[in-house]
Each structure stands twice: as structure tokens, then as C-alpha cells.
Write a protein that binds this ligand. Sequence first.
Ligand code: NAD
Ligand code: LMR
Length: 339
Amino acid sequence: NFIPKIQAQAVCCSHGNVQQQWTRGKRTVAVLGAAGGIGQPLGLLMKLNPLVSDLRLFDIAGTPGVACDISHVNTQAMVAGYAGDAELEKALKGCHLVIIPAGVPRKPGMTRDDLFNINAGIVKSLCLGIAKHCPKALVNIISNPVNSTVPIAAEVFKKAGTYDPKRLFGVTTLDVVRARTFYAVRMKVPVKEVDLPVVGGHAGITILPVFSQVKPKKQMSAADIDALTKRTQDGGTEVVQAKAGKGSATLSMAYAGALFAEACLKGLEGAKGVVECAYVESKVVPGISFFSSKVRLGPNGAEEIMGLGDLSDYEKKALEAMKKELIGSIKKGVDFAKS
Ligand code: NAD
Ligand code: LMR
């Protein structure tokens, strides 16, 4: 039942993969920034995903080694590593999904916006490549500041004439993962049963877990709601401080990135009822052009952007409080891309 396959191009090993023919997935996925703290475990998790047939690992350097390593895992996806701008085309050609964790992470004392000057240019150049080589791919942006990098990507695609708002996503899944974990621990419910939307953006007060809609619903005190909201908003900073100068969340982010990527792939396959929160071009909150809320994923990407539903007074206030910052971050991204 095992057949040998020819090793994909640019992987350093020469032994060839052993593939399980009957489980071969259909989708080609690229990770850009694949040699980094998020990129490596995310690459591994995508190698484990049965929907993936071809996995392309791209970075400015180091990807031949990472790809060789991951390619030895005995799952069916073919793995190839590509390094440097000259190989971006090969990494992107034919991709159905491109995941971008390329860019610098925070150190203690920094905000995500402090990463703008470096990461804005990285995201812009990678999106130019996507517009040229795989304009129909779904794009999952992890690089911070997400509140600005997603609008940058949108502008790049608009300029190239390839923009489809249904295909561009800022990945906010880590906020959802955190909020669910914190709620489950605090309220003593099994974490796998917790369903909880997190809306807004992906930075500080723009992150809003909607505890009024959590399932299973437990009686939460105002103090609990406030504490869990703040902990979710500061979850990234908690990790940055704990890592003490060695970067930000990588492993939990790889897990969250793989969850969201899988939802996108399931949507492409036509699976029904695939709903995740994501930061997309949106009309959900008037005056805020990008916003994270529940999105139904399907063959064309974001098939439906769902409304916020009923919010508590606490959540309405938090929504008001985030508006200025979110609008400013979006404008900053748009202005950068246009300049
Ligand atoms: P890292 O420094 O460990 O890895 C980043 C990788 O990007 C490096 O390997 C680097 O070589 C690569 N890179 C830089 N420029 C590139 C380019 N032009 N093309 C391809 N690759 C390039 O950082 P990390 O910890 O993996 O974090 C990456 C980004 O993800 C950061 O901006 C971080 O803030 C962000 N992040 C976002 C979330 C989220 O929830 N959306 C969570 C955690 C981290
Ligand atoms: C996170 O939420 O962990 C990421 O956005 C990384 C960071 O800088 O906090």
C-alpha cells in the first residue's frame, strides 16, 4: 500500500518520500516565514493535515533544512523548501492557501505597532508576489500588527487588480484559543466544549471576547468578565514577558494558525458550517473597514460575514473604546501601501 514518490524540488534530502497514496489531499499550501518561531511548528502541523497535498516552505534563509526535517514525517503531503526572493515564484505558483508568519516579533516593552516599520514592507513585498504568482489563493496573515498588515495586503492586491475581499484574512484565532482556555479554567468547564467569539482586531483593547455569548454559559461576575477580557487582551504581552526577550507566542500561534488554515481548507472543499472568527474587510461596524467577527468559510473563502449579535453593556462600551485605535491602525496600513 505504500508507493515511493519523487522528493519535491529544493528539499536537501535525496531519499524520496514514502507516501500513502489513498489519503492524498488536494491542496497546495505555502508558509512564508517558514524558518521562524511560528513557521517551523506551523509547517509541521500543516504536514499533518490530510487536506494538504503539497507544502511549500519559504523564507529568506534556512528553509531547505526545515523542509528536509519536516519531509521525513510519514504523512502524505509533499514538502519543498524555498529560500530567497528568487524562489518566491516557485513557492507560490499553484497555491490554494498562503499563510504568512514572516516578520519580526515583539520584545518586552514593545507594542505590536512598534513592528510596523519592518513588517509592513515584508508583508507588502510578499503580497506583491502573491498577486503575481497565485492571485486566487486564500491569504492568511499572521504578521503583526495584523490590524494594519491586512489593510496593507488589501491595498497591494487592489493596485494589482487581484483583490477579492473574500480571500484575505487576518488570523485572530489565537485570541479565540486564549479566551476559550482562560474561560474553561476559570469557570471549570471542559475546554473542548467552549464556544466563544472574539471580535474586533488583534491588539490590546481592540481584542474583545464576547463572554455574553459563551457556551456553555456559566454565571460570571462582573469582576470575572473584566479579568478574563483583560487577560485575553494582554495574552500576547503575557507571553512576550515570559519569554523575556526571546520573542512572542510561537507554539500556541502555530496551533491557532493551523486551526484557521484547516477551516479555510475545509471551506474550499465545500464542507458545511465552517465558522471561525477572522479579521476581514467588513461592514459589521459602520466606519470600521476591517473587523474580526464570525465568518462562514466556503469554496470562495469568506462566504458570509456574520453580525455581532446582542452585546452586553460592558461589550458595547469596549466596542466604542476600540474604534479610534482600530480606525487609526487601518488608515496607517492603507497610507503605507499607497505611499
Ligand atoms: P521569527 O523571527 O521567529 O520568524 C519570522 C521569520 O520570518 C524568520 O524566519 C524570518 O527570516 C522570516 N522573514 C523575514 N522577512 C521575510 C521575508 N521577506 N520573506 C519570508 N520570510 C521572511 O518570528 P515569529 O515569532 O515567527 O513571529 C512572526 C510574526 O508573527 C511576528 O510579526 C509576530 O508578531 C507575529 N505573530 C502574530 C500572531 C497573531 O496572533 N496574529 C501571534 C504570534 C506572532
Ligand atoms: C500574540 O498575540 O501573541 C501575538 O500578536 C504576538 C504578540 O506580539 O503579542
